[in-house]
Ligand binder design. Sequence first.
Ligand SMILES: C[S@@+](CC[C@H](N)C(=O)[O-])C[C@H]1O[C@@H](n2cnc3c(N)ncnc32)[C@H](O)[C@@H]1O
Length: 212
Amino acid sequence: MKAMINKNTFLLLLITVIISTACFSQEPKDLDEKVEKFLDENRQQWRDLNVPFGDGKIIHDLIVENNYQSALEIGTSTGHSTIWIAWALSKTGGKLITVELNEKRQQQAIANIKKAGLSDFVEFRPGDAHQIVKELKGPFDFVFSDADKDWYVQYFKDVHPKLKRGGRFTAHNVLQNIGGIREFMEFVNKHPEYITTVDKSSSSGIAISFKK
Ligand SMILES: C[S@@+](CC[C@H](N)C(=O)[O-])C[C@H]1O[C@@H](n2cnc3c(N)ncnc32)[C@H](O)[C@@H]1O
C-alpha cells in the first residue's frame, strides 16, 4: 500500500512537472522566433527617433559575441534598440536597465517589449537619465547611449567607474552633426583607458569605446 502511494505520488509529481514545463517555459528557439517575427513585422513602424534595424543588429551582435550580461541603455524611446539588447541578453543570461524621460514613450516601450516576449530581461527606469545614471550602482559591461547628445560626455564620465574592464560604452549618431557629438568623440578618443572605433556601416554611426 505504502509503495503504491509513493509510486502514485511520484507519477503525479512527474506529470505536474511535465505539464508546467510545457505551459510556462519558453524554449530559446520559441523566443528567438517570437522576437524575430516582432522585429520583422515592425521593421518599418518605428517613428520615435528609434535606431534603424541594422544598428540594432550591430549592438545585439556586440553583446552576444562578447558574452556581456549587465547592460545599461540611456534613452529607451519606444524600445527598438531595447528589444535588440534584451534579445542578446536572453542569449547570454543577462539583464538590461533602460532609462527614459518621456512617460508615453516608455509605456509604449513596455508594451513592445512584452509583445516581443522579452520582459524578463528588462528593467525600465522612468525619469531623467542625468540623475539616474549617476545613482545607478552598476557594474555594467555594455552601455548604449542614445539620449541627449549634449550630455554624452557627462554620461560617459558617470558610467566610467561602473564599467567593467573589457566592457564597451557605445554611443549612437556619432556621424551626425549634432551638438555635443564632436566634444564626445574628442573626449573618448583622448581617453587613455579606452580604444574607440566607429562603426560606419549605418549612416548614424555608432562609437564603440572598449575599456582596456
Ligand atoms: C534617440 S531616442 C532613443 C531611441 C531608442 N534608443 C531606440 O532605438 O528605440 C532618445 C530618447 O531619449 C530620451 N531622453 C532625452 N533626454 C533624456 C534624459 N535626460 N533622460 C532620459 N531620457 C532622455 C528621449 O525622450 C528619447 O525618447
